[in-house]
Design a protein around this ligand. Structure first.
Ligand code: GLP
Length: 249
């Protein structure tokens, strides 16, 4: 089911079908533009997409060697080799299945000087010509990347204090031990994210239904950072039936 509206909403019967369709779209985009700049996300949501991308990489013999990637965020204090780091997550789920060149994989380095690192990241994104397609998930509290609900949002890449809810939903990366989840992270800001030319947000499951509905039907508010996606002219929301269940379309 697809609806012409802004953001565009497409509802799939299940997560797997959604992942397959988005993987084919990304593969086609890469074949059309081999030097595509991808923005990537972590979390449980994009795992099925990365599995499908790995599959389509083999079946089409996809060449990633001219492509560039930027991930949204990373935990403060964790180096790229740390098993709980998002950098390791991406290596495991996507990068190792592709021929992406290591120097074209861009990541916020969690154990670097935070302020200098955030500046470096903004400059690197700009030098790459900006992000063509940004993949996004959404937190149950409406966070995007690690832009948490707050009275005000930082526009650019910055250091954030994570909410307990967000730390809890990331605990699986740390063997379920909440106390091991870092209290802070570095994240692209909402302005950085909104400058990507195309945004594709994936959400599935009942627990995302409320924030997805608020993203689409609610007012713009820093208390739901995802609501700012309404300001972007090219956003696809890729949902399963459960995540779409509270929408008014
Ligand atoms: C994490 C990430 C977000 C992600 C969100 C949702 O905190 N920083 O980029 O979208 O959680 O996670 P999940 O997909 O596991 O529900």
């Amino acid at each position: 089911m697809s609806f012409i509206r802004d953001p565009r909403v497409t509802v799939f019967p299940d997560e797997q079908t959604a992942a397959r369709v988005v993987a084919v779209r990304l593969a086609n985009a890469l074949q059309d533009k081999p030097d595509l700049v991808f923005g990537l996300a972590t979390g449980r949501t994009p795992i099925a997409l990365y599995d499908e991308l790995a599959r389509v990489t083999i079946s089409r013999n996809l060449d990633w060697s001219a492509a560039t990637t930027f991930n949204l965020d990373e935990f403060v204090g964790l180096g790229p080799e740390d098993p709980g780091s998002y950098r390791r997550f991406m290596q495991e789920h996507l990068f190792r299945h592709t021929n992406l060149r290591p120097e074209r994989i861009n990541f916020l380095v969690g154990n670097a000087d935070p302020d200098a690192e955030c500046d470096r990241y903004e400059r690197t994104i700009a030098a790459a010509g900006g992000i063509d397609i940004q993949i996004l998930g959404i937190g149950t509290n409406g966070h995007i990347g690690f832009n948490e609900p707050a009275p005000g949002l930082e526009a650019r890449t910055h250091r954030v204090t994570l909410t307990i809810e967000t730390r809890r939903s990331n605990a699986a990366l740390f063997g379920g031990r909440l106390e091991q989840v870092p209290a802070e992270a570095l994240s692209m800001g909402m302005a950085t994210i909104l400058q990507a030319r195309t945004l594709i947000l994936l959400a599935h499951g009942e627990r995302k239904a409320q924030c997805v509905a608020a993203l689409v039907n609610g007012p713009l508010t820093t208390e739901l950072p995802a609501s700012f996606l309404q300001l972007h002219g090219d956003v696809d929301l890729i949902l399963d039936t459960a995540a779409a269940s509270s929408l008014t379309l």
